[in-house]
Design a binder for this molecule. Structure first.
Ligand SMILES: Cc1ncc(COP(=O)(O)O)c(C=O)c1O
Length: 458
């Protein structure tokens, strides 16, 4: 790109040292994306785990067009509209008891901020002014705005955040692949849950607003699925100390994990607030949702009202899109499909892992999985800084027609992984095709990594 060329795509801002080429995508259909020279790619991670319905769904596109023709925009502070009423009703119905009120947003970060703002206004209205601190996991990801970056568990952000925004207090994520010496998986995850109580006692429960956690981690932990004993324990701790529990289901919610909410797997550990985004709009529109108990929302409405406003919250086209997306979930049985296909795809990835020792771990639930890459499966050693493995896998993926989502998070300190999270509409045959292409990708990667590591050692 010429430096004096105006505009250009978003990547004009990315580090010039990025080594993974970005194909120019011109159209997409189902799980397939096509570039400007006619090459086809499987959208193997649904972009950043967003395109749950796949691309080009005619019913959703028709619903968007119909809504746009009938009512393009109506501002929620001066009017009401039916698509808002219908979408929140359907989300609340699918989420179940405890989530009677749904506040809509234009994406995940905005929804996470709305969730925090709601809880903060609730405690302020009840004169609990000291309740300000937020606890999150390290590592974790909760968004790209300044406030949500500050609560994201990634200390490589410290130079940007320190003294600039209010950082969360952090406790360790209950990783299950690499364990501290002498710990079993169960001991370690329960120790991580205990770290929540220790942190609350250290800060003082009266100062803590909320603990925010992803039931299944996104890129920050590579599809780390929380365990039932861990969530039951953190739920108890939050209840005991009056700390509100938020589940960040921006990525893992809306059916991706084989349940409408990933946290539906744990009936005894329901959160106070749940946040959805990505799959809810499935890439057709920017959409997020914050689900809260009717009792809390109504109490706050009585006290002061929840004071928030974003111009595009609950905009008619996004609401109509969300309704159409959820109707397609029903029509195509996508939540069941995520559970079923997820199981068979995971089994196939595990088989592939017997062939490629670099596949240290395959984890996840439903169609939200990650493959952790290691130099050596016995020592679980990570790759050196000179060889960011996920970047190389992405490059070989492009060669074999696979678009994979990954980024070296927290400088690779916790490990390296890429997401395998195709659209929930993927068929069994398409899963075979995905695995064949991944096989070819990992074959190239393993050979290239061996050569590189041999050169480094010599
Ligand atoms: C767990 C989680 N929370 C929040 C966000 C932020 O969502 P958005 O990018 O839509 O603002 C993301 C995005 O990847 C996410 O994975």
């Amino acid at each position: 790109m010429s430096t004096n060329q105006c505009g250009n795509a978003q990547d004009a801002f990315y580090a010039t040292g990025n080594i993974v080429p970005l194909p120019l995508i011109v159209r997409a259909e189902g799980i397939w994306m096509y570039d400007d020279v006619g090459r086809a790619y499987i959208d193997a991670s649904s972009g950043p785990v967003v395109s749950n319905l796949g691309h080009g769904n005619a019913r959703v596109i028709d619903a968007m067009a119909t809504q746009a023709r009938r009512l393009d925009f109506a501002y929620s502070r001066v009017s009401r509209h039916q698509s808002n009423i219908d979408l929140t009703h359907r989300i609340s119905e699918l989420a179940g008891p405890g989530y009677e009120r749904v506040c809509l947003a234009s994406g995940g970060s905005e929804a996470i901020e709305i969730a925090i703002k709601f809880l903060r206004q609730y405690v302020v209205a009840k004169h609990q002014l000291d309740k300000k601190r937020i606890i999150t996991l390290s590592p974790s990801y909760h968004g790209g705005t300044i406030a949500t970056l500050a609560i994201t568990g990634d200390d490589t952000l410290d130079p940007f955040i320190d003294g600039f925004a209010m950082k969360s207090d952090r406790i360790p994520a209950p990783f299950q692949y690499r364990l501290p010496d002498g710990q079993t998986r169960q001991n370690y995850r329960l120790a991580c849950a205990q770290a929540l109580e220790d942190k609350i006692l250290e800060i003082g429960a009266e100062n803590i607003l909320t603990f925010i956690v992803e039931p299944i981690g996104g890129l920050a932990t590579g599809a780390l699925v929380l365990s039932e004993d861990y969530v039951n324990r953190i739920r108890k701790i939050c209840t005991q100390y009056g700390v509100y529990l938020i589940y960040d289901e921006v990525m893992c919610g809306t059916g991706r994990a084989g349940r409408f909410l990933a946290s539906h797997a744990w009936p005894d550990a329901r959160a106070d607030v749940v946040v959805l985004a990505k799959g809810l709009g499935s890439g057709y529109t920017p959409l997020g949702a914050v689900m809260v108990p009717g009792t809390m929302a109504d109490e706050l409405a009585e006290l002061t009202g929840f004071n928030f406003s974003h111009t595009y919250n609950a905009n008619p086209i996004s609401c109509a899109t969300g309704i159409a997306v959820l109707e397609e979930y029903d029509r195509l049985n996508l939540i069941e499909a995520a559970a079923e296909r997820g199981k068979s795809l995971k089994a196939r990835l595990e088989t592939l892992a017997t062939k490629y020792p670099c596949m240290g771990d395959v984890r996840g639930a439903g169609l939200m999985m990650a493959v952790e890459l290691v130099q050596n499966p016995d020592t679980k050693a990570t790759f050196p800084a000179s060889y960011p493995p996920t970047e190389h896998v992405r490059i070989f993926g492009l060669k074999h027609g696979l678009l994979l989502y990954s980024r070296r998070t927290a400088g690779g300190r916790y490990g390296d992984w890429f997401m395998v999270a195709p659209p929930l509409t993927i068929t069994e045959d398409e899963c075979d095709e995905l695995v064949d292409r991944l096989d070819a990708t990992l074959n190239d990667f393993s050979n290239a990594a061996c050569t590189h590591l041999a050169e480094v050692i010599n």
